[in-house]
Design a protein around this ligand. Structure first.
Ligand code: HEC
Length: 153
């Protein structure tokens, strides 16, 4: 009886060891991928952005609100925010895919980010009815904003 149980329990611990090893290996593969998150490709079906429309969205005091926190080479500098880095020259610091990720959801770069996640649906837990089920910007609007930001060299 005891003889019979031994191999069975052995088999169990072997199985767990296997699962553990597999999980560890998976972790090794997944970790660099998580670290490497710094960019976001243009989603399928979304046309290349229009920089003029993007510039308008950044300057818009009702939709983008970028100038609440940032300054940018658009409009009157005295009415622009200084909570966040200036967007002047940002196209020289970050490439298109890096910019897209930050507009879509800057928490994926900095989990503590104060910047609104413009591409995320229901990013805030309690938003007004009109915003429920919507992101602040559509994927196309994000493309437009990114298209303007890349020109800021
Ligand atoms: C509530 C404030 C706030 C608003 C509104 C905001 N941002 Fe930001 N943004 C930040 C902060 C703060 C950072 C610095 C990094 C961080 O904390 O995430 C940042 C970082 C960035 C960066 C990276 C800059 C760099 O040099 O690394 C870009 C690009 C950017 N924002 C673009 C925008 C655009 C475009 C808009 C409007 C569509 C916008 N932001 C709206 C606060 C804001």
């Amino acid at each position: 009886m005891r003889f019979k149980q031994m191999p069975l329990s052995h088999l169990h611990s072997c199985a767990w060891a296997y699962v553990g090893c597999f999980g560890f290996a998976l972790g090794l593969v997944a970790t660099p991928a998580a670290w490497a998150e710094s960019s976001l490709p243009r989603p399928p079906g979304v046309a290349p952005g229009d920089p003029d429309r993007g510039r308008e969205l950044v300057a818009d005091r009702q939709r983008g609100l970028c100038l609440l926190c940032h300054s940018a080479p658009v409009g009157d500098a005295r009415q622009q925010g200084n909570l966040a880095p200036s967007l002047a020259g940002v196209g020289g610091r970050l490439d298109e895919a890096e910019l897209r990720l930050r507009i879509h959801d800057s928490r994926r770069v900095n989990p503590e980010s104060l910047m609104p996640a413009y591409g995320v649906v229901d990013a805030a837990p309690r938003v007004a009815q009109v915003w429920r089920g919507k992101s602040i910007f559509s994927a196309q609007q994000i493309e437009d904003v990114v298209a303007w930001l890349v020109t800021l060299k």
